[in-house]
Design a protein. Structure first.
Length: 228
């Protein structure tokens, strides 16, 4: 599978940091991470879970791509500039554990950036991922999709000089990433047994040298689930 950078089309790591607050960056980055094209979101009823300051929905509206995007975020009070949206039906304070919409009403549910937050929470409450996925799928119509990313893999430490997995005590430790990835895979297998289709695609591979010759290798995944 072809690896893609998650900084947005035509962006480097430096330029992505410089433009992180821009709507255009968020719009391009959403599409890149979710593996979507404009035709995939045009005209569909969409729910954005963990929408932050609602940049994606606003960009779609301004670009006249879609005006049927609903957004929820649990931390609206952290975004003073979004006060004007607090009273609208399309931008609500809520999270993935209690979505304030009826069953089977969205063509597409997406979640970007909120997943790492759930990933950290999974180390505390391991049922978080099952509850979140089931709740997001609840509001997806039959034939619709849930796409969320990035899911981070458990870090692997590789000894480049010895060409093998490094003998490091940290490998024996359990981490939020480890629990979360295992829970996601278990949930996907359960859903598959109940008629759901899914894909798990690699978005990016990170190789960070933590000391001479020792690299921390970690993957970012995109999960797409189709509701039967």
């Amino acid at each position: 599978m072809e690896k893609s950078e998650s900084f947005g089309p035509g962006m480097t790591r430096k330029s992505s940091l410089e433009n992180f607050k821009s709507k255009e960056f968020h719009f391009n980055n959403y599409l890149q991470i979710l593996g979507l094209k404009i035709k995939d979101i045009s005209g569909k009823k969409i729910l954005d879970v963990g929408a932050d300051a609602d940049e994606f929905a606003e960009s779609c509206k301004e670009k006249k791509i879609n005006t049927k995007i609903y957004s929820i975020d649990r931390s609206l009070e952290a975004h003073p500039s979004t006060d004007k949206f607090l009273r609208t039906e399309k931008y609500l304070k809520a999270d993935a554990l209690a979505i304030p919409f009826k069953d089977n009403i969205f063509d597409l549910v997406i979640s970007v950036y909120a997943v790492p937050i759930m990933q950290r929470a999974a180390a505390i409450e391991k049922e978080t991922i099952e509850k979140s996925i089931k709740e997001m799928l609840r509001v997806v119509r039959s034939g619709g999709q849930l796409i969320f990313a990035p899911v981070l893999s458990h870090p692997t430490f590789y000894d480049n000089q010895k060409n093998k997995i490094a003998d490091n005590s940290i490998l024996s430790k359990r981490s939020p990433y480890d629990f979360f990835e295992e829970r996601v895979d278990a949930m996907l297998n359960e859903l598959s047994n109940n008629g759901y289709l899914f894909t798990k695609e690699t978005i990016e591979q990170q190789n960070n040298e933590i000391k001479p010759g020792i690299f921390c290798v970690q993957y970012e995944y995109r999960i797409c689930i189709i509701k039967p």
